[in-house]
Design a protein around this ligand. Structure first.
Ligand SMILES: Cc1cc2nc3c(=O)[nH]c(=O)nc-3n(C[C@H](O)[C@H](O)[C@H](O)COP(=O)(O)O)c2cc1C
Length: 171
């Protein structure tokens, strides 16, 4: 499958089967995240794989965005490890770095026929507290990852995009 076909085929899945993703498949997908570029190659990302019933339940208390998946990834970065732009006060790379890693993982999953959904609708502070993450770890998104429930289809809006002219300006 070429890249455009893969990008077209991926869509957000909001209902998952109980069948857990196989460990080998998950490892392959996570390894694709390790190929992602990060600012100055500092690799500040941290990925927490949530699978125990206790922790899946804990996550469900905080957000509906696990969508019933037996595996949910929490993507974060280490404030001590991301690149800080010396030319612009307060500009740092953590969120960008994590987003590229998560995108690699989302597309690698799609290539394996594995569903995902990028989610940021949760309280980062409450999530970090609930999982006892150190103060230097900042969460960015969570991502259920696994087999889509049988009846799931892409949302009707999946391939609807703005006109290219509204988005892309040649300067
Ligand atoms: C930064 C970001 C945040 C998102 N947050 C959520 C979310 O909290 N909950 C959710 O169900 N979907 C979330 N989504 C999924 C988008 O709604 C979805 O990607 C978009 O509607 C396009 O649909 P598609 O992924 O099926 O093509 C998020 C996507 C992105 C990129």
């Amino acid at each position: 499958m070429n890249f455009t076909d893969l990008a077209r085929r991926r869509y957000s899945v909001r209902k998952y089967s109980d069948k857990p993703i196989e460990r080998e498949k998950l490892n392959r997908i996570l390894a694709a995240g390790m190929l992602a570029p990060t600012a100055k190659n500092q690799q500040p990302q941290k990925i927490y794989v949530v699978q125990s019933k206790e922790n899946i339940d804990k996550l469900a208390q905080l957000t509906h965005c696990g969508y019933g998946s037996p595996t949910v990834l929490i993507f974060a970065y280490d404030l001590n490890e991301d690149w800080k732009n010396p030319l612009e006060n307060g500009v740092r790379s953590g969120i960008e770095d994590v987003s590229i890693v998560a995108t690699h993982i989302m597309l690698a999953a799609a290539e394996e026929g594995i569903a995902t959904c990028w989610c940021n609708y949760f309280s980062n502070t409450r999530l970090e507290k609930a999982f006892n993450l150190p103060a230097n770890i900042k969460t960015v998104l969570i991502m259920p990852i696994g087999y889509a429930a049988e009846e799931v289809k892409a949302a009707p809006t999946h391939l609807i995009s703005k006109d290219m002219e509204d988005v892309i300006k040649f300067l």
